[in-house]
Design a protein around this ligand. Sequence first.
Ligand SMILES: Cc1cc2nc3c(=O)[nH]c(=O)nc-3n(C[C@H](O)[C@H](O)[C@H](O)COP(=O)(O)OP(=O)(O)OC[C@H]3O[C@@H](n4cnc5c(N)ncnc54)[C@H](O)[C@@H]3O)c2cc1C
Length: 483
Amino acid sequence: MSSVDAVVVGAGPNGLAAAVTLARAGLRVELFEAADTVGGGTRTAELTLPGFRHDVCSAVHPMAPPSPFFRAFELERRVELVTPEISYAHPLEGRPAGIAYRDLDRTAERLGRDGAAWRNLFAPVAAHPDRIGRFTAAPLLRIPANPVTVARFGMRVLEQASPAWSLRFRDDTAPAMLTGVAAHSIGRLPGIAPAGVAMTLAGHAHAHGWPIPIGGSQAIADAMADDLLAHGGSITTGTRIADLRDLPAAKATVLDVSARALLELGGHSLPPGYRRALSRFRFGDAVAKVDYALSEPVPWTDPDLHAAPTFHIGGTRAQIARSEREVAAGRHPSRPYVLGSQPTIVDSSRAPAGRHVVWAYTHVPRGSTLDPTQIVTAEIERHAPGFRDTILASASRSAAQFAEYNPNYVGGDISAGAVTLAQLLRRPVLSPVPWRTPIPGVYLGSSSTPPATGVHGMSGYQAALYALRDRFGLEAPQLGVED
Ligand SMILES: Cc1cc2nc3c(=O)[nH]c(=O)nc-3n(C[C@H](O)[C@H](O)[C@H](O)COP(=O)(O)OP(=O)(O)OC[C@H]3O[C@@H](n4cnc5c(N)ncnc54)[C@H](O)[C@@H]3O)c2cc1C
């Protein structure tokens, strides 16, 4: 007789969400993780100097508040999340930065003659963040529960994906701000997937805001691991699973691994059609990152940047589109897009008194071994002269090193699969229940499944809910804090 009911492989936010859901349903759950600590893309560590704590991967959490999993789990009662007034900023040379305040009207006011266009673009999305959250958390194949809101959202996505994407704006700032968010998807611009990402994330910026966890993203992983242990689950770290046949016998297995790893772990039991579909699944371009320990805050030229925990650098819409095209063509752009976070302006626990940390990454071709320190530092310096002089230490990770750090980041693709329209429909296969694999009892719950990348726990949660229903005849358990 098996000593466990369910096994989970991989302790990223999706694996942890699956394990918590299964354990809360009363099952005996064992979780295996390749690394020495839990967290996957939600780890925080001293990467530079003692006392400076850096988010190794995710840092900012726009996907957490609207996530049905985190809602049920009552994340905000377990982790202190700071929601800044400024969701993101976009410094521009020779003129004021674009600032996306959580307050839509304030954002519009600052945009001057493009204010009304920005307000019209986001008002319907920001008014119904939960409907948009539910829609983007489900496979695109499903009929939406709120067709009117979704249709409005869809029209805006189509507009921002078309060559006429700047038609509603008269100045450069608003399009640059939108493009800074669209570029999170890593790929050619404009396009449907980046436009969807832009409308979703920028919509959340004006609805729930873009929260930062006190203590770093590790706090989110730890909250889930604690809940799992409190409900009888066990966690084995330092164990990379190479074959499904090495796992303890269990009625259900949820894999927080990439679509490619599913092929490696279970290829022997998968039918040829499914194997072919997995082998056609494409991985995208990559990120390379720098973490800085600073003696003082970043000396931004634009004073409004001092209050912006998240910033996008890369110039105008056309300049960002050009640098993303370069990456897609396999080249390192000379003026790259940089996504950054300065969490110590809202969380002083990350560094010794008066000191700061900055987290910043840029896009590079998949598999790149480029150390991004020089190019990222130069881009920040462009908008913050003197930045170099504030650096006490830095640590970098190339795309190739990200792939070594976490097997889900194939070639340094942090989304476990390219974020394209085709792969939002077919993630990793075209199915209304893409979390179910053809192997009875085996479910895929990583960001190689909907709703793709980000810290939301929804891929693992959905996989666990299907496992509970199919294998145990159980419905969704209560996940909230037990008083
Ligand atoms: C630099 C960077 C910045 C990011 N910034 C953000 C951000 O600010 N906000 C945001 O929302 N998202 C961000 N992301 C993306 C986010 O981290 C991921 O989308 C998220 O972590 C995916 O969760 P997951 O559980 O699917 O996989 P992961 O978090 O990748 O976890 C997978 C886990 O499974 C383990 N594993 C894999 N294969 C095996 C195996 N065979 N055996 C045992 N264990 C295995 C891995 O070691 C890993 O711990 C960022 C990612 C990176 C790399």
